[in-house]
Design a protein around this ligand. Sequence first.
Ligand code: C2O
Ligand code: CU
Length: 435
Amino acid sequence: MPTGLRSPTITGRTVDYALTAQRGKVDIGGQVVPTWLFNDTVPGPLRATQGDRLRVVVRNQIPESTTVHWHGIALVNPMDGVPDVTQPPIDTGASFTYDYVLPDAGTYWFHPHSGLQLDHGLYAPLIVEDPNEPLGYDQEWVLVLDDWTDGIGPSPEGIDRALREGKGNADSGGMDMGSGSGGTPGMGHGSMGGMGGGSGIEASDKAMAKPGALGGDWNYPAYLSARALSVTHADGFPVRPVTVDQLVIGMGERYDVLITAGDGNFSFNALPDGKPGGARGVLSTGSGTTPPLPTAAPIGRTLAYADLQPSEAAQLPTKKVDQTVNIALTGTMKPYVWTIDGKPYDPNRRIAIDAGKRIRLVFANSTMMWHPMHLHGHTFALPAANGVRKDTVIVAPMSHLAVDFDADNPGAWMIHCHNTYHVAAGMMAIMAYAK
Ligand code: C2O
Ligand code: CU
């Protein structure tokens, strides 16, 4: 077990799902809009247990080729879902079966790895249960933050066009918070656009929420606040619990938190950074009023990466760094060009690393923009944050950040910013194991 939690134990169970990428309609805070969806809904979480074999048949009925990427999972490379890198794209009308063993428990998610499809409604959480879950809680609630635009504001394609034409930030429609209670297929949408609304979730006095910011269409992170959030996991891996009032969540990041609801209305407020509006989910255990949505973040104590400490099982073993790779995050808003090492995505370029080595990536952000950087197939440790394990990390404007991992999962893996429009503009590269 070189990287902490990964367990070689295979349960022998196979969990089957079928996902069809198709046109459909979804209710966003009371407004029914056309978009692209899996199974005609923004689906509730797929669920399986660590060590299970997950088998998902994906059928493509949208008018573009697609793939599905399983974000955060250290799976075998041919199942990673990157078109023309790990598999041929799934053409319209065709299907592909993803089939792999789940190595680690945690909160993950999945989405296409083609164009702007993720910024339509094509995504959902994937919850991998820990067979020996040490936490006690009464109820689980999965929150998904998405700065939803499709059908409300400009289409993702329209936003992309406006950005490239130098029209600055095309604003999107509003923020949406989907929620699904434990085991319930189908995610209901709580509220959006700064309007308070009850999500109709009933709870006993303790619940677990697994929030994550999944949408990729806003340039800045979102703030999620609630009373006393006890953070237990970052990007699926356990941390020593730390209590805060607010989380900053970049595209692709996930946090698990425990809350004690008490009697009354308990609200989760999601505020996008740098623009007005917001969304909320209300957990109602009794009567009483819900305070208005706050208008500005930050609120109270905000989680910083340095507040996190990996739990013992999630620590990357102590080892000296064998190879350091500098990754320059480069680009400009005008013209709208986002690059790695000054070069837009080139499928023939490889950032080479050596199998079996401890690798350090140093992200150097020389731009004025936030970049939530994600590495496929591995969970890295942040030396500047007590070695906390993550797979997506916000690199703030004009700053450096190092991440360490063991090169123990051979293949060609993407490394990219999780802002969908930055990726579309070129902020992606392939890291590959030297033969
Ligand atoms: Cu959510 Cu290439 O990643
Ligand atoms: Cu970016």
